[in-house]
Write a protein of this length. Structure first.
Length: 281
């Protein structure tokens, strides 16, 4: 029976299941992070070009809405991490394989840098190219503490809504986007409310200005580690199957469900050892 099902699989499904085709997930992370940074950094760039036509409220809401869209339209492919500390947090929770973390981080960095290169090519290096820097009169220490606190809330929201205990399905995207907008609305004048190392590194790599970059590496990392600790206190050591599906993406699983359902509809019972069988009973 398994051999018959395998023969029914279209080539794209077999290719996606092949570990050698990890490029699908990596492309998803490049593309999603590109879109996020294009909007997040682009808001400052367009504000500079248009002499302030993009206000602060719009600048912090736009990336939140982009995250919402990205999670909904391709979260099933890669999990739509878009942020190295999210990949790290899922791995520490045993809900994402460590072997994939370096590739995800590299893909996210590429996406962020590409977005900033596009902005620089279109508009020049105006508006600090969307760089996140401490606000006027704010020290690096103040900014790093704020970034840690903001990231604590963001990663806690992501881990919590992905878990089986609080899973809300597609509404998790709304929770994450809502938190990003909320964090930006109250804290962007302090630190820029980055919460994402590659979002901050992208503009700095193009500008070659790393004066405050440590703030946006140390702060989000500390916040993510604290969020993992909080998740352990709230829900135990991790390894939740629901969170694992959210972190890794479910396109493989959905494809198998369609194939098994088609075979079942044709009169062939699903194989008893196939974990996707339960989804169609």
């Amino acid at each position: 029976m398994r051999g018959a099902l395998s023969a029914m699989e279209p080539p794209w499904v077999r290719r996606f299941d092949d570990p050698a085709r990890e490029w699908r997930r990596l492309f998803s992370e490049v593309f999603g992070t590109f879109l996020l940074v294009l909007v997040a950094a682009g808001a400052d760039v367009v504000a500079a070009v248009s002499h302030g036509a993009v206000g602060r409220n719009a600048a912090v809401t736009a990336p939140a809405l982009m995250v919402l869209a990205v999670i909904l339209f391709m979260g099933t492919v890669s999990g739509a991490h878009l942020n190295p500390v999210v990949s790290l947090a899922f791995a520490l929770r045993r809900e994402f394989p460590w072997r994939r973390v370096p590739g995800y981080v590299a893909a996210q960095m590429v996406g962020a840098a590409l977005a900033c290169l596009v902005l620089a090519a279109l508009f020049g290096r105006v508006g600090l190219l969307g760089a996140t820097v401490p606000g006027a009169g704010i020290t690096d220490v103040q900014a790093v503490v704020v970034e840690a606190l903001l990231t604590l809330g963001l990663v806690s929201t992501i881990l919590g809504t992905a878990s089986g205990a609080q899973n809300v399905g597609p509404l998790s995207a709304v929770a994450v986007a809502g938190y990003i907008a909320l964090a930006g609305l109250w804290a962007s004048p302090i630190s820029g409310a980055s919460m994402n190392p590659v979002r901050s590194l992208g503009p700095e790599l193009v500008r070659l200005d790393f004066a405050h970059v440590w703030v946006y590496l140390v702060g989000p990392l500390a916040g993510a580690l604290a969020a993992v600790g909080g998740a352990h206190l709230l829900r135990g050591p991790g390894g939740d199957p629901t969170a694992r599906r959210a972190a890794e993406g479910t396109l493989d699983e959905l494809a198998r469900n369609v194939i098994v359902a088609a075979a079942h509809a044709g009169g062939a019972p699903p194989p008893p050892d196939d974990p996707t069988s339960a989804a169609i009973r």
